[in-house]
Ligand binder design. Sequence first.
Ligand SMILES: [Zn+2]
Ligand SMILES: [Zn+2]
Length: 492
Amino acid sequence: MSLLALPPELLVAIFECIDDPATLLPAASSCKKLHTIYDVGKHLILPRVVCNAMGGDGAFTASLLALRIDAILPDYDDLNPADVALFRADVQALKDSASTPTTAECKKCFERVRICQDLEVLYSRFRKDSSTSNVSRLTRTESSKFCVALHRIWLASLYMDSVVHDLCMEPVTRVPLLYNDYSAQDVYDIHCVLEFLGEQVGESLPNQNTPRPRGALQLECLFCGPENLLEAFLKPEKAADYLFNGDWDRPSGHPWNDDLRLVFIRLGLLNATATTLTIPTAIRPIVDPAVHLDLQQCWGCHEQAGFRLWAGNNWDRPPCDLRLETILNFLPGYLKRNAYERPLLAHYLGIEDPLGVQLPSQAPRSTMNRLTSVPHMTVARILQSLCDLPQLVNTMKQTTYVQNCPFFDITNADPLCSVCIRDLVKNRLWILWLSVKVAAAPDEEKKQDCWFGYDCRMQADNPEHAYALNHACPDTWRERNEKQSRHDPSQG
Ligand SMILES: [Zn+2]
Ligand SMILES: [Zn+2]
């Protein structure tokens, strides 16, 4: 019996089982009969498919509510205090109504499904399996919990730009506004996702001029909204524009953890006088580390580093701040601002140096024409070269540097945590650079080492000095001074 011979109500039921928006329309357009059945039944089919794609009713309900609140937001006046109560009453009415989702609402929800899926892949990479490529490795239950939490964060993000903005600024008023409808586990799930988002934001903004108090990034993520967060993660070089372009006041202090404490007190899971947050044992994270007993350890620090470990198999997805255009920042000391060597290394890597215009005018002579850019350079290739460094160095001095480096016998199979992979780059990039520049221009080998090596301040401001001496070397000033004092005790 062919599919098309089935009664229409069964075909509608089959349509309703689809869980991927990308499959629905091709299926509905595959023949005239299916198209007619879809067209007549789409008010039933579409909501079911959206709900399936979102992982269940919880996420769909939150997403629909967010869309409906978003639609009424312009009706309230920020300057009219009476509108706060009116807005809250209208939101409650939206929560209580069970009106069927319209086709337009379903389509908007579809757009959010894609954003949620992309963020889930990142979450899977952060919290479950660092070798996650483009498909999440969360189980169905974990995925569903992640989606519900993310859509609830989306809903909460609307409040920040609304007439109830002021209520969002303090835990005492924010907690009932945002979490009263949820169980303790629901709120904890939201906070699991927020913690991940905050970590990812922190990594996307490695050079924050004003470090934020603990928990502040998570709270800011709550109000940025998932679509801005995803854009920031996909384009880390523009992260600040996506994350902090609102003109709203940022919450002060470190109130984020306090939200959870107040929820647990309200639900009787913590004593009313508890001043610190304790997570009750019955409350479990979305991805439970306790069920993954085969976790690898970091080769560098031997700490249990959770799921975030990097080796050759996932170097193409390094931490957000370890990118080609930021790798020059991993040079030690003032070498990262050396007026002569930095532009040369940028040229070798084939990148446009973001600091280029800020450096003092470059030294008049340059080895640039002898140093060819590596085509299609990637961070993964640099990391491979850093592991291969013992075979790449070409002088006794360079060999000694490699032997003294804490990553002496590392291979591309050894997993490193996010701290240690950065340390690998910090400890070895300058030695790699030294071997590359000497190999390209042997005259570089004849230059004397500056006594202060990569710690010399003058290399950043004085192009002639930067050119005349080698600065890809350690600071030996103290050592030389002590040696001199031993030879000439009157100097002591
Ligand atoms: Zn480590
Ligand atoms: Zn110097």
